[in-house]
Design a protein around this ligand. Structure first.
Ligand SMILES: [Zn+2]
Length: 321
């Protein structure tokens, strides 16, 4: 009897919490982006340790367990959370040890990404959404693919065009491509940033060839390093990361669009990089020994069960194709 009344009180508290979260610059998410349920609870309170220091919360859906940033900035306010020279996804500078390691690992991992995206496929048309400075696309081009890219950040887009002469467009171009245009579409750590998730996934499905391949890399909220660093886990990266997928929530989301996962692969270097950043957020400076140990531990647990890896790459195709 006590259990039921406690639950109702809890529900009321959640409701009040939601109302109070709406502000001039923030929008409360009132239903789960994966299953649509309106039942949610606060999973974690944390800050934008990377840039603004502002406080955010991550909600967890009570129905399906999906975790998502809540509230989120209004779409027009989003750019200010990306205004940093240090936003290394968009820069090629090798200043500092973290950036240096990140950049050299990135060079190695680009070749691996091309292999995953193209194995057993005839050469064709490829689109990289959120292509940054175009390094992955350049490698795809070298492998004989026709490539196009979408990148909302002006600086990164212009650099990709200037450095490699690639066809890179802004985000509006997603709605200009014809249906069935691409044999491969890739999103490397991009989907967690996508503001209009339903609209964009529906569009991606349209422009991908019916027998095409979709490759999506994501931070993994079930990972061991997420459990170790909790609110300081760098891959929460609020509010730039709007969604915090695990294997089951991602499978459920993509199933709604008719996709099935045919392969799941780890990004083993991400655990070290994310542990280093998390150390920085937690202590103000990096304990490299701790970061290395936690990164290694994450990858060893991942060998036993993929759900512990820091980042996962999902290879998808349309069901019944
Ligand atoms: Zn849900």
């Amino acid at each position: 009897m006590g259990v039921k009344s406690d639950y109702r009180e809890d529900e009321t508290r959640r409701e009040l919490k939601y109302v109070s979260r709406e502000t001039n610059t923030m929008i409360g998410v009132n239903k789960c982006p994966v299953c649509g349920s309106q039942k949610m609870e606060v999973f974690l309170e944390l800050k934008d340790y990377f840039l603004t220091g502002e406080s955010f919360e991550i909600s967890q859906c009570i129905e399906c367990g999906f975790k998502f940033t809540n509230p989120v900035p209004r779409e027009t306010d989003l750019p200010k959370y990306y205004e940093s020279d240090e936003y290394i996804s968009h820069s090629n500078t090798s200043k500092g040890l973290i950036n240096g390691i990140y950049q050299s690992v990135r060079k190695h991992s680009i070749k691996k990404k091309v292999k995953i995206a193209t194995s057993n496929l005839a050469r064709g048309e490829a689109l990289d959404i959120g292509c940054g400075t175009g390094d992955f696309l350049k490698e795809m081009l070298n492998s004989g693919w026709n490539v196009k890219g979408i990148e909302p950040n002006n600086t990164a887009r212009n650099r990709a065009i200037k450095n490699y002469g690639l066809d890179i467009y802004n985000e509006l171009q997603l709605f200009e491509f014809r249906e069935n245009s691409f044999d491969v579409i890739t999103m490397w750590h991009v989907l967690e940033h996508v503001y209009n998730l339903e609209r964009d996934l529906a569009r991606i499905k349209m422009i991908l060839h019916k027998e095409g391949r979709l490759v999506i890399a994501l931070p993994n909220a079930d990972s061991l390093d997420a459990a170790i660093y909790k609110n300081f886990w760098a891959a929460y990266d609020v509010p730039r990361h709007l969604y915090h997928f695990n294997q089951s929530s991602f499978k459920r989301l993509m199933g709604k669009y008719g996709f099935e996962i045919i392969e799941t692969k780890p990004m083993v270097f991400d655990s070290f990089y994310i542990s280093m950043l998390s150390e920085k957020y937690k202590r103000g400076k990096i304990n490299y020994l701790n970061a290395f140990f936690n990164g290694l531990k994450t990858d060893i647990y991942g060998l036993i069960n993929k759900k512990y890896y820091s980042s996962l790459i999902y290879v998808l195709r349309m069901k019944n194709s």
